[in-house]
Design a protein around this ligand. Sequence first.
Ligand SMILES: NC(=O)c1ccc[n+]([C@@H]2O[C@H](COP(=O)([O-])OP(=O)(O)OC[C@H]3O[C@@H](n4cnc5c(N)ncnc54)[C@H](O)[C@@H]3O)[C@@H](O)[C@H]2O)c1
Ligand SMILES: [Zn+2]
Length: 364
Amino acid sequence: MKELTLNGKNNSSRIITGRGSLQNSKEHCRDFLTCKNKPSRICVITDTNVEKLYLESLEKRIRSLGIPVFHHVLYAGEENKNLAAVSEIYDTLSNHQTGRDDMIIALGGGVTGDIAGFAAATYLRGIRYFVQIPTTLLAQVDSSVGGKCGVDLPQGKNLVGAFRQPDLVIIDPDVLKTLPKNTFTDGMAEVIKYGCIRDPQILDMIGEMGLNGYDKKDAEITELIERCIRIKTDVVEADETEEGLRRILNFGHTIGHGVEKLGGFTQFSHGEAVSIGMTAAVRLGESLGITQNGCCERLSNILHAYDLPTNITYTVEEIYAAMMSDKKKQGDSIHFVFIENFGKAQVKAIPVTELLQMMKVLGD
Ligand SMILES: NC(=O)c1ccc[n+]([C@@H]2O[C@H](COP(=O)([O-])OP(=O)(O)OC[C@H]3O[C@@H](n4cnc5c(N)ncnc54)[C@H](O)[C@@H]3O)[C@@H](O)[C@H]2O)c1
Ligand SMILES: [Zn+2]
């Protein structure tokens, strides 16, 4: 078991990674559940898929510490990451007389973590204890750590949200064994992202592993997750509210979000869109002389080994228009993340007036 601490402005997160950590969740939660200000009740929030796999055993373990536990099950899927889902959680919490000193546990992928985190940050202006138990690779290496949470609006993704560092994150790579292959490779896109921006050894490790790693999901995957979490923790500690360094985590996401949007959020999964976005960012970087030649070819090979797409199927103009309609875009420039080489990211503010011209190379 490895333990890391992320020191946030308002609270810090203990992040525990290791096989079997879900089985030991009672022990990891023990400090909170036996302290003077211990919660009087615990609400586990999960989704319809994860419920069938892991809810019962988690509840049984925690209940044995003598604190009442109840649950709320969300409909699985990004299309349900909305304010209606949050409102239903408020109903459940209120029906169980949940108070400010109680605990919410998110058990599931990034969708569950984002919705539950937002509910924890806002119900009664914030619940005292929030625990994340991420069950997808994406959630383990990315969304469960760092404190960003929120839901989608009809106008776009993640437009309502909050910053709420979880007090505890329990990451158990064993739960990845039940993941569908495409959900696993989706998370792999984010793993590859960390390799590109900060830790080239990740790329060496996964280059050798290929999709065999999906079948084995053994020691290598645990080490990969730990490496990714370390990067996320370092970056978030340096810039919790994304005013500087944290932007490097958006590598591949600027164009990726455009691709996701053009596909109506159904044609490409998030990881597939990020895969296309990373390839485009490296191609652009090479054409501008920012990225060392050869990076694009190596990155494409790695992504293909995980069945991730690299080709853009839209015109440059379509992608540019989708990027420009992003509600979160600020001012007259876009912070675009390039890599100089594997392991070294560079953020450049590109005036939107120059962006389309710069992107033309992607249409060749
Ligand atoms: N908050 C952040 O910082 C942050 C960062 C990255 C992504 N996100 C968000 O994360 C979401 C994507 O997360 P995701 O890819 O985990 O999606 P998800 O939560 O929808 O999970 C994908 C699918 O896998 C199922 N599942 C989860 N764990 C399983 C398991 N162990 N075995 C079998 N099936 C399992 C889920 O029920 C779902 O059907 C997006 O909404 C994205 O915006 C947030
Ligand atoms: Zn992402």
